[in-house]
Design a protein. Structure first.
Length: 311
């Protein structure tokens, strides 16, 4: 099941579960895959930024990818960003041979001009091969690389294997609009646009032309519901649902501590056995945990999925 430009809905960004000793926790990984299926996700993305991919060895990353691919029937996108194309190609080809739907590539740090960025993705696509569908990860807050609408359209034009944009620019609503305008004008072929940033702008991103989300908020079932409501044109219900979750979405999106919050809530939901992160990591203080519990309690008044019982 290869990734195509018609992909939509929710592709959940999966954290990598570890036990309290820092080993990959494959039991929690199984529960995580099952949880995403039960939540109605349309696919899963693994080994991304919040999957702590840089903290995994090459053999570990491949073991995680193969384990997930064996566990679920959902389409799997594998993050293969790496400093060099040899490592990217090795992981990408191994993942595709194991049944991945496609791969995700972030631009290397230090790229400045449109020509450099487009050239980098052309080389990456060549290293992966023409039969490997890929996703452009546009996340300048992490990569330090800003991709213009013109650059993205050039990458799409140059590489037939480019089928999706993971949109995480900020502010970025007008960027989505301009990309869709290029498509309508016949100046860029259609690609799927799924949005990240923890779902923080998803209520309006869907209205601007995004096909859904690719993010890892600890309530993926809510994101699935939101995207469906938006697709059905039920704007009020979509925004009401979003508004109920916004305080926790905002809290989880804090730079530096966001993954700690996400793993903690997934642990509270019974999905992860531990909220451990490998170093360098952030750890929730007792005060922060109390704040998260307060937000969950308030959310539960509007959404029963947040009724988790005593901590």
């Amino acid at each position: 099941m290869l990734l195509t430009a018609s992909a939509n809905g929710l592709y959940a960004i999966a954290p990598t579960p570890f036990d309290d000793e820092g080993r990959v926790d494959f039991g929690s990984l199984d529960r995580l895959c099952d949880f995403y299926e039960e939540s109605g996700a349309d696919g899963i993305t693994i080994l991304g930024v919040l999957g702590e991919a840089p903290k995994l060895g090459g053999d570990e990353a491949l073991a995680v990818a193969r384990h997930v691919l064996a566990r679920t029937r959902l389409p799997i996108i594998v993050g293969v960003s790496a400093p060099g194309f040899a490592a990217m190609s090795n992981l990408g080809r191994a993942a595709m041979d194991s049944g991945a739907a496609g791969v995700m590539i972030a631009p290397a740090g230090g790229l400045k001009t449109d020509e450099q960025i487009a050239g980098y993705f052309a080389q990456a696509a060549s290293a992966l091969g023409p039969d490997t569908p890929f996703v452009i990860q546009d996340y300048p807050m992490v990569t330090g690389v800003t991709m213009s609408v013109r650059t993205i359209s050039q990458i799409v034009a140059d590489n037939s294997s480019c089928v999706m944009l993971k949109h995480e620019d900020w502010p970025g609503l007008d960027k989505i609009t301009r990309l869709r305008e290029l498509e309508r004008a016949g100046d860029m072929r259609h690609i799927s646009i799924l949005c990240g940033n923890g779902g923080l702008f998803l209520d309006f991103e869907t209205e601007r032309g995004a096909d859904g989300a690719m993010t890892g908020y600890a309530f993926p079932d809510m994101l699935v519901e939101l995207v469906k409501l938006a697709a059905a044109g039920d704007r009020k219900a979509a925004h009401d649902l979003y508004d109920a979750h916004l305080p926790l979405l905002r809290y989880e999106h804090q730079p530096g501590v966001g993954l700690a919050v996400r793993k903690y809530v997934l642990m509270r939901r019974g999905v992860l056995a531990s909220d451990y992160q490998r170093a360098p990591r952030s750890v929730l203080t007792e005060a922060a945990r109390a704040e998260v519990e307060f937000l969950l309690e308030r959310l539960a008044a509007h959404d029963s999925r947040a009724k988790l019982g005593a901590a």
